[in-house]
Design a protein around this ligand. Sequence first.
Ligand code: FAD
Length: 404
Amino acid sequence: MAQIAVLGAGMVGISTALALQDRGHHCVVVDRSPPGRETSYGNAGLIQAEAVEPYALPANPLSLMRMAFGAKNAVELNWRSLPSEAPALFSYWRSSLPSSLQKVIPIWQQLVSEAVPRHADLIAAAGADNLIRRDGYWEAHDTQRGLAAAILEAERRQQRYAAAFTLADPATLARAEPGLRRPLAGAIHWTAPWSCLAPGELVASYAQLFAKRGGRIVVGDALSLKPVGKGWHVAGEGAEHVVIALGPWSPALLKTFGYHVPMVRKRGYHRRYAGDAGLRRPMLLADHSVVLSPMLEGLQIATAAELSAAAPQDHPRQLARGEAAARSLVDVGAPIAPSPWSGTRPCLPGMLPLVCQAKRHPGLWLNFGHGHQGFTLGPVTAARLARAMDGDASAITGLDGGVR
Ligand SMILES: Cc1cc2nc3c(=O)[nH]c(=O)nc-3n(C[C@H](O)[C@H](O)[C@H](O)COP(=O)(O)OP(=O)(O)OC[C@H]3O[C@@H](n4cnc5c(N)ncnc54)[C@H](O)[C@@H]3O)c2cc1C
């Protein structure tokens, strides 16, 4: 039984603290903000059983160029940030080549397959059932051509990974979603994912469970971390082991210990609007790369990736385009907040999260870099890291990313 400090109270950090506590360790969580107020607050809230392959870059140069120039609103490239981002992006592109990707996919797929059951246990224990829907989401398409390509891809995933889906033609979709203002070409209904009506609230309810079971959450700066004797000191707390679960801020802390961890920062925006627009379950508008999620607070529209090291934009173009597409489809109410929310997906070039012990610092453990799926995968890598910290190195095979 060890004294462990977990740095970061997002989905990953809180899940890690719960997993360690479950194995009998004493844990304290350190964060400068209350649990679930950063990236784990602003995401689309999908617990993604269907995300069986990681987000790779297109290997084909033509598709890559189309993506870079904003096809389907999927990527916004800040050209001025490109020089500083280029090394990590190049490494990401190399990892996306088929020979490398084939090594990553089985590890990723196994992690994703563990996500819904892990969340199910935590949701039941935390009494958070009121925050969860268990009926999947729509991947909706404007054109027959786009839909046909998406069906082929869905069938591939079904055959290869048993990813479950059904098809909805325009009439079926209109019956299921009577709030739609115009017909669509159709939709894939991914049936296995769950969705959350308030992502930050789910993390907060997991944090309450941790506290109820005797854990402590303290306000403090993770950058105060210092090695002391055979242990660590952070934010006035002593610990034998430390876990860095600071999401997109993790590389900055590791840099102070001499580790260089390149990160591809994929900014995303969301805005919430009064009312739920009549949507009964979340809908990805595939031709516009936005997710419409009916949440407790109202309808949320969340964007895809802006590759930018710069500060968030006040009027992000991806969100403006996505909002226009949403307004043509459903009754979007007035924005709830004066400006959009922005956060950064912590993506590592190798596409797998880092879940391991730091090479030159015994007792310093890492659990970050979950990219597009950290809300989904938090409890999964948490359970695996906890096993590894108890001596089962096999739990984190393939997840050490070669940190130098
Ligand atoms: C628009 C958008 C949509 C997304 N949609 C989905 C989705 O549908 N499904 C999904 O699975 N994933 C989704 N993601 C990704 C997911 O949100 C992230 O991968 C996940 O939230 C990362 O969790 P985390 O705990 O690592 O980081 P965070 O939630 O950011 O937590 C890090 C914590 O570290 C704390 N911290 C940072 N620096 C310090 C410091 N110096 N001292 C103390 N504390 C500090 C912060 O306050 C924060 O609480 C989406 C992301 C975005 C941006």
